[in-house]
Design a binder for this molecule. Structure first.
Ligand code: PEP
Length: 253
C-alpha cells in the first residue's frame, strides 16, 4: 500500500456524440456524488467536441475533465490544433499527452510529447504522460530500455507529483483484451519510478502517480491496482460504460 491517492482516468478516444457522451458524463458524476469517499480521484477525457459540455455536466461532482491531446504552442497558425490554454478555458484540469495512438497516428516523438506536456503545465493543466513498449520491443527484450528512454525524453521540465502523472501503457495491451500480468506491470512501474527518482529525486518520485493502461477491466482491476507501484488506471474501452468504469473505481476501495 502506498499513500498515493489512485487516479482512475477514462480515455474516451474518438467515441461519443453529445447525447451519449453527456449521459456517460452524468452517470459518472452521479456515481461520484453517491460515493464521495471512494479513495480515488476520477478523470474523464472526452473528445474535444464534448469538453465544455462535459465539464458543465460534471461540475461540482468532484470528477475532473481532461483532453486527449494539446498543441505545444500557445497560439498561432496551427489549423485544427488546440492549445492547452483553450482546454483550460473549456473546463479541463488535465490533458493526456503522448498516447501511443498519437505517437503512431501522428508520428509524435518524445521531444514533441515533452513540449506538449510543458505547454500543459504552463497552462495550469495536469499532464498525463503516456509511455509503453510495442510487442516487438517486448519480444526483443527491450521493454525496460524503451520505457526508460520514453520517460527520459517525454517528462516535462518542471514536472512534480502534483502536476504530472505517468501512464504506463504497453501498446500490445491497448484495446486488445490482452492485459499485462501483475508481475509485468509492477516490473515496469518500478523501473519508471526509479527513473523518476533519478530525475526528480526519491521524495518526489515516491509521490508521483504511475497509472497502468491496457485492457484494464472490472475483472482485472483489483489485482493491478493492488500492486505497490500502480497508482490507478488509464482506461479506454471500459471507460465507455458507466458500470464498467465505476466498477474499476470501486476496485480502489
Ligand atoms: C487507452 O486508451 O489508453 C487504453 C488503455 O485502452 P483500453 O483500456 O481499451 O485498452
Amino acid at each position: 500500500m502506498s499513500n498515493r491517492r489512485p487516479l482512475i482516468a477514462g480515455n474516451w478516444k474518438m467515441n461519443k456524440l453529445s447525447a451519449d457522451g453527456l449521459a456517460l458524463a452524468a452517470g459518472v458524476a452521479g456515481r461520484r456524488r453517491a460515493q464521495p469517499d471512494l479513495p480515488c480521484d476520477v478523470l474523464v477525457c472526452p473528445p474535444f467536441t464534448l469538453l465544455s459540455e462535459v465539464a458543465k455536466a460534471v461540475a461540482g461532482s468532484g470528477v475532473m475533465v481532461g483532453a486527449q491531446d494539446c498543441h505545444a504552442k500557445v497560439s498561432g497558425a496551427h489549423t485544427g490544433d488546440i492549445a492547452a490554454a483553450m482546454l483550460k478555458d473549456a473546463g479541463c484540469g488535465a490533458v493526456i499527452v503522448g498516447h501511443s495512438e498519437r505517437r503512431t497516428d501522428h508520428g509524435e516523438t518524445d521531444a514533441m510529447v515533452k513540449a506538449k506536456a510543458e505547454a500543459a503545465l504552463a497552462a495550469g493543466l495536469m499532464a498525463v504522460v503516456c509511455v509503453g513498449e510495442t510487442l516487438a520491443e517486448r519480444d526483443a527484450g527491450r521493454t525496460f530500455e524503451v520505457n526508460r528512454s520514453q520517460v527520459q525524453g517525454s517528462l516535462p521540465d518542471g514536472a512534480n507529483a502534483a502536476n504530472t502523472v505517468i501512464a504506463y501503457e504497453p501498446v500490445w495491451a491497448i484495446g486488445t483484451g490482452r492485459v499485462a500480468t501483475p508481475e509485468q506491470a509492477q516490473d515496469v512501474h518500478a523501473l519508471i519510478r526509479a527513473e523518476l527518482a533519478a530525475r526528480l529525486g526519491a521524495a518526489e518520485a515516491a509521490k508521483m502517480r504511475i497509472l497502468y493502461g491496457g485492457s484494464m477491466k472490472p475483472d482485472n482491476a483489483k489485482a493491478l491496482l493492488a500492486l505497490p507501484d500502480v497508482d490507478g488506471g488509464l482506461i479506454g474501452g471500459a471507460a465507455l460504460k458507466v458500470e464498467d468504469f465505476w466498477a474499476i473505481a470501486e476496485a480502489c476501495a
